[in-house]
Design a binder for this molecule. Structure first.
Ligand SMILES: C[S@@+](CC[C@H](N)C(=O)[O-])C[C@H]1O[C@@H](n2cnc3c(N)ncnc32)[C@H](O)[C@@H]1O
Length: 387
């Protein structure tokens, strides 16, 4: 993996998080970071000259801390929806001997800090989340705030620029540099008739009376995922007092279904996304408020906070990408953590695309794996912890 990031003012050693990812061609920054850093440095210099102080930066979606590390001379608020991004940032700052004192990390659901001098935004790849971010920014920026955003040129459509125009104020995009473009935007009164979108989103769960609550950046934002639909037909039997983990819970739809089928068990919903863990909590609170007391909702990287041999069943509809990169390493980490956290005789049950070959992965890890069901696209697999 290339870890030497040369930017306009110096160089840094940057790693993706978690460390030791199998795909060595991936790196912890991209050309959109380079473009943003270049223009941010100019803006910081001008601001400092004009105001005789360093600006406060608001960094949004700084994947592994490239922005935070390169611009460490300024006080920063960093907002991410991903605990991996937050941890990666701290690791990379430490590796480059940057103190944590100037940095405050906030979750995607926290109120945005008031009156940031400079906003640096890496565009997320989903438009709902972009809309959410722009709406949050509209509450806190001023006409003096410098607002810069960057992304691959192919991701900066007219629609994206219209979202800036309608929510914050006039936005222009630069010419393409290394396949990326910079957006510059200044805040002004919202256009008349540009209604704010209501977040979180909510949609009816098919064949039930339930409503699923989805924050803007959560998987299957508007309807049930096909894999989850298949999984709902093949949920495990749960015994009284068992401890069950919904790993990568998203909006909590799997946990919700399990709670309707069984009484008297403990459910942990866990996700690396702040918006997902909160969506799962709201989904269950909204539909089964009486069951909330038997549930816990946490943000974690896989099951890193869970004790060995502490769960009876782990359910998982694993992710196959991290940010823009398609990768199996998170699924592998989820399976490895599940094995450690399961009690003797405990079960990991997953749904997966058939072509991913997870049966072999589970067989190697657990020594066994049973295919419980299959359709043309998905399989339901179960592995039992025997020793
Ligand atoms: C395919 S979605 C499944 C969501 C939900 N369980 C469902 O079936 O609709 C995978 C979920 O894993 C979460 N995830 C990704 N990386 C993770 C990690 N390192 N630790 C915990 N959860 C993670 C994602 O945020 C996402 O919500």
């Amino acid at each position: 993996m290339n870890t030497t990031f040369v930017h306009s003012q110096g160089s840094l050693q940057l790693h993706r998080w978690p460390l030791n990812q199998p795909n060595n061609s991936l790196q912890a920054w991209d050309a959109a970071d380079e473009l943003l850093i270049l223009h941010a440095q100019e803006a910081i210099s001008q601001f400092t000259l004009q105001h005789q102080r360093q600006p406060t930066l608001l960094l949004i979606n700084d994947s592994f801390g490239a922005l935070s590390s390169a611009l460490s001379g300024c006080t920063q608020f960093q907002i991410n929806d991903s605990v991996l991004a937050a941890k990666g940032t701290l690791y990379n700052r430490q590796q480059n001997n940057i103190a944590d004192s100037g940095l405050q990390q906030l979750s995607s659901l926290a109120p945005y800090p008031a009156q940031p001098d400079i906003v640096l935004l890496k565009l997320p790849n989903n438009h709902s989340y972009l809309q959410y971010i722009l709406q949050q920014l509209a509450r806190v920026v001023t006409p003096q705030s410098i607002i810069l955003a960057s992304a691959k040129a192919k991701d900066i459509s007219r629609n994206v620029l219209a979202m800036f125009d309608n929510t914050l104020g006039p936005a222009t995009a630069s010419l393409t540099v290394k396949k990326c473009r910079l957006i510059e935007c200044s805040f002004s009164a919202p256009l008349p008739g540009a209604a704010a979108v209501e977040f979180p989103l909510a949609w009816p769960l098919e064949q039930t009376e339930f409503t699923v609550i989805n924050h803007a950046n959560v998987f299957s934002r508007e309807k049930l995922d096909q894999g989850a639909r298949f999984f709902l037909q093949h949920l495990p039997e749960i015994k009284s007092a068992q401890r069950v983990i919904d790993l990568g819970c998203g909006n909590g739809v799997l946990g919700l279904a399990l709670l309707t089928q069984h009484n008297d068990f403990q459910l942990l919903c866990c996700d690396e996304s702040y918006m997902a863990a909160d969506s799962a909590q709201q989904t269950i609170a909204n539909n089964l408020p009486d069951k909330l007391a038997q549930c816990e909702f946490i943000v974690d990287d896989c099951l890193s906070q869970q004790a060995d041999k502490s769960a009876d069943v782990v359910l998982c509809n694993p992710p196959f990408h991290q940010q823009h990169a398609v990768t199996g390493h998170i699924a592998n980490q989820m399976f490895t953590d599940a094995k450690r956290v399961l009690k003797q005789g405990g079960r990991l049950r997953i749904v997966a695309n058939r072509h991913l070959g997870y049966a072999d992965v589970l067989k190697r890890l657990f020594g066994n794996c049973h295919q419980l069901a299959a359709d043309p696209k998905f399989v339901i697999l179960e592995a039992i912890k025997r020793s």
